[in-house]
Write a protein that binds this ligand. Structure first.
Ligand SMILES: CCCCCCCC/C=C\CCCCCCCC(=O)SCCNC(=O)CCNC(=O)[C@H](O)C(C)(C)COP(=O)(O)OP(=O)(O)OC[C@H]1O[C@@H](n2cnc3c(N)ncnc32)[C@H](O)[C@@H]1OP(=O)(O)O
Ligand SMILES: Cc1cc2nc3c(=O)[nH]c(=O)nc-3n(C[C@H](O)[C@H](O)[C@H](O)COP(=O)(O)OP(=O)(O)OC[C@H]3O[C@@H](n4cnc5c(N)ncnc54)[C@H](O)[C@@H]3O)c2cc1C
Length: 705
């Protein structure tokens, strides 16, 4: 698929295996003689591109954040892709767990070298911050699954940057950025993931030696899950309960060396390993880690937010108690972009495939239509394109909000941190949950072939569905947002000013019912009214329960289902609002056809969610059945209007084949040829008869077992 890259045949044993079976493979390919396997591009896709009525690169530039950023992305992509060593000769998913991991390390080192030698010199450190999505895109040309180094750049480095003092940063960052050390982020334990105040690993300060003693008192205190921890990392951030002068001060981050820098052997007092096969992330050596009274120097505690002095005195530096959670907030912000990118990939695969695939007859005896011409298929797919746009634009907006709050906090102002926490929590929850569901929808839209790993859809799903859990589970994060919403509601009720993202409450607390109008702005306002209605209902339930004698905590817990729904509705309204405003802003100077198609996608998203939430609209606004009927009609008109531009729209995501890594989604649409090429690489096709025939089947068939 894409350009197959050679040149790595001697680096791994599976390659030799491949060499052997390639004779058999060549035999099979004799099918070529019958001209069944065509090398030319698919005609239907070519026709689709010819009928697209807008300038594809204009939308690419909008999504990239401007023409200059597109140019820079393409430059970085071409550096990485022209290296010619990115692809596997043997599909990575056909390797055993050990070979797969070793292959992932080989590719990670290769990729890191390219980034260090060529990309960083071109872009500077910026590529690790707001521009890191470029690295993520390019990395996908190397990894179908996950790089074992993901947590190094994704969390180890950001934690040092966010939690270390300037001195600690100047000591650790050069080593980490130069990959002299490789680290990860070990917070979750066997016994606790969500409730981090309940973590059990301890870090007890010993003033005599000026060291911390890191200890895992019981099985449930073992660190569990950290990516790259099992075999790759020699350092990691360990989050542990800090004890000094006989008192526990709660969880704090420490940099802990776990393996010898030369031999890579686990250090005495450290027990580390890999946690075993998982649904996805199988090349990321997620690990476990335990300590037996393991000592680290005092200055290995990351001390930007709080310090332990030589004599053991604890000093709180930060002005907000939750600043230690900063890395999690940062990664939640990054994840919105991450899942938008993965959804865009899935949409590209499924839309291109649906233009190539022909199935059934609309009218008996007539040629089979492209499946993309079924309105039900359009219903499955176009919302995926629209959601990828919605999340991409929301992620850019969230990044700006995050950067502004960070700048405030550098000046000591943490006033906007609760709003940022509420926003990043719900956007992380919804974006990951929507993307996982829609990627699965893309897979289902591709029928049986979507089930093939070579389509890349199953791997995309297994990766993205994990994002719903890690970095804060969906429900738990929505409940965090709900805390903020309920407080804001109470503020609005008592006539006090509220922050911008909840300003809709000021109007809603008065008790007006919103009158439906089908414009974009009308639907957004309705969405805010639904959110307000759900928040108001939750507040009423909590108060009623408290009136009946429940404590606040119990009343809150019993209202949990409504609170999650309220936070979901709030976040949906925010996404709809941001998506609309950003679309209008970003297409202000676009050519008319780009403006039209972007507006259609935006309206499709808004109508889709209005129809999905019909019950809420009928309950919390004065929307009527006739309004719903006209919304449905508008939605179906939009499907028809978008149809001719569907392939152009996914082309605008601008994924090179090497990054898409899909038999079904490659640019030229040679779907069937690629499926067969990939099938022939299956290790089971290495020989005409498998040895199990002689060992088991034959004796069974001949009654000799
Ligand atoms: C080639 C590479 C390129 C690089 C690019 C990278 C791309 C990136 C993509 C991918 C990389 C990443 C891959 C990652 C892999 C996975 C990593 C992991 O999973 S690491 C583990 C994460 N673990 C969690 O997230 C635990 C979730 N749990 C929690 O966050 C907390 O325990 C929580 C929030 C559920 C409760 O915390 P409480 O118990 O301390 O807090 P309470 O008592 O409930 O609240 C007190 C107050 O503090 C606020 N609060 C809580 N958290 C806050 C926060 N973070 N900020 C501000 N306020 C917060 C609350 O809202 C509350 O506020 P009021 O009192 O109501 O006003
Ligand atoms: C692929 C993957 C990679 C990961 N990588 C890392 C890593 O690198 N480093 C790291 O430290 N961790 C990592 N994790 C761990 C991850 O952060 C946790 O799994 C996650 O935070 C959820 O915690 P948990 O597993 O303890 O689930 P639990 O908290 O046990 O949740 C189980 C269920 O209980 C519910 N629940 C829990 N608490 C509440 C509540 N208060 N109210 C209502 N419902 C609740 C949840 O909604 C969920 O349905 C990774 C996880 C995965 C799957």
């Amino acid at each position: 698929m894409g350009t197959r890259c050679e040149g790595l045949r001697d680096s791994l044993s599976p390659i030799a295996y491949y060499e052997e079976y390639s004779h058999f493979r060549l035999d099979c390919l004799k099918i070529d003689d019958n001209k069944e396997l065509s090398m030319s591009a698919n005609e239907d896709l070519a026709k689709e591109r010819a009928r697209c009525d807008f300038n594809v690169s204009e939308i690419t530039n909008i999504l990239d954040g401007g023409i200059e950023r597109t140019k820079q992305r393409k430059k970085i992509e071409s550096i990485a892709l022209s290296n010619g060593k990115c692809c596997d000769v043997t599909p990575e998913e056909t390797l055993g767990p050990k070979e797969r991991y070793e292959n992932a390390i080989r590719k990670s080192c290769l990729y890191t070298k390219i980034v260090k030698d060529q990309v960083l010199t071109l872009t500077g450190l910026e590529v690790l911050g707001s521009n890191s999505s470029v690295l993520r895109r390019t990395a996908d040309a190397f990894f179908k699954d996950i790089s074992p180094f993901l947590l190094h750049l994704g969390m180890f480095v950001p934690t040092i940057m966010g939690q270390g003092t300037p001195e600690q940063q100047s000591y650790w960052l050069p080593r980490a950025l130069d990959f002299q050390i490789i680290g990860t982020y070990a917070q979750t334990e066997l016994g606790h993931g969500t409730f981090i105040r309940g973590l059990e690993t301890t870090a007890t300060y010993d003033p005599d030696t000026e060291e911390f003693v890191i200890h895992s008192p019981r099985l449930t205190s073992y660190k569990w899950w950290a990516g790259g921890l099992g075999k790759t990392s020699n350092y990691c951030i360990v989050v542990a309960q800090l004890y000094t002068q006989g008192k526990c001060y709660g969880i704090h981050p420490f940099i802990v060396q776990i393996r010898d820098e030369d031999t890579h052997m686990p250090l005495p007092g450290v027990r580390v390993g890999e946690i075993g096969p998982r649904m996805g992330f199988n090349t990321a050596d997620n690990g476990f880690l335990g300590f037996d009274h393991y000592r680290i120097p005092r200055n290995h505690m990351l001390m930007k937010n709080s310090q332990v002095l030589k004599d053991g005195t604890y000093v709180k530096v930060a002005s907000h108690s939750k600043l230690t959670y900063g890395t999690m907030v940062f990664v939640r912000v990054m994840l919105v972009n991450e899942v938008a990118f993965n959804l865009a990939k899935a949409a590209t695969i499924a839309v291109r495939y649906s233009a190539v695939r022909r199935q059934s007859e609309k009218i008996s005896g007539e040629p089979e239509p492209q499946i993309i011409d079924y309105v039900t298929q359009q219903h499955k797919l176009f919302v995926c394109i629209a959601t990828a746009h919605a999340l991409q634009l929301s992620s850019n907006w969230l990044w700006k909000t995050f950067s502004a709050v960070l700048a405030d906090m550098r000046g000591g102002n943490t006033e906007n941190l609760p709003e940022l926490h509420a926003l990043s929590s719900c956007l992380k929850a919804l974006s990951t949950s929507d993307s996982a569901a829609l990627i699965e929808q893309c897979r289902l839209a591709c029928g049986g072939h979507g089930y093939m790993l070579s389509s890349n859809l199953p791997l995309l799903y297994s990766f993205v569905t994990a994002t719903r859990t890690y970095e804060g589970d969906y429900t738990v994060l929505l409940l965090q947002t709900a805390r903020f919403l309920i407080k804001a509601w109470e503020q609005a009720e008592s006539g006090n000013p509220v922050t911008p993202t909840v300003s809709y409450m000021e109007e809603a607390v008065v008790g007006n019912k919103y009158k439906w109008n089908g414009s974009a702005e009308g639907i957004i306002k309705a969405a805010y009214y639904v959110a307000a209605g759900k928040i108001s209902s939750s507040v009423t339930s909590i108060r009623k329960r408290m009136k009946n004698g429940k404590a606040f905590e119990d009343a809150w817990e019993l209202t949990g289902v409504q609170l999650v729904a309220a936070a979901e509705a709030h976040c949906r309204a925010v996404i709809c609002d941001v998506y609309r405003k950003e679309t209008v802003r970003l297409t202000a100077n676009s050519s008319p056809n780009v403006k039209t198609v972007m507006d259609q996608l935006n309206m499709l998203y808004l109508s889709h969610w209005a129809l999905e939430r019909t019950g809420d609209l009928l309950r919390y606004t004065s929307t009527t059945e006739d309004d719903i009927i006209s919304c449905q009609q508008r939605y179906e008109e939009l499907l028809a209007a978008i149809r001719p531009n569907a392939v152009g729209l996914v082309d605008a995501f601008d994924f090179p084949d090497e990054i898409l890594q899909s038999t079904l989604g490659a640019y030229d649409g040679r779907v069937y040829e690629r499926l067969m090429e990939e099938a022939l690489k299956s290790p089971l096709n290495a020989e005409p008869v498998n040895r199990s025939f002689h060992q088991y089947l034959k004796p069974l068939m001949q009654g000799k077992l």
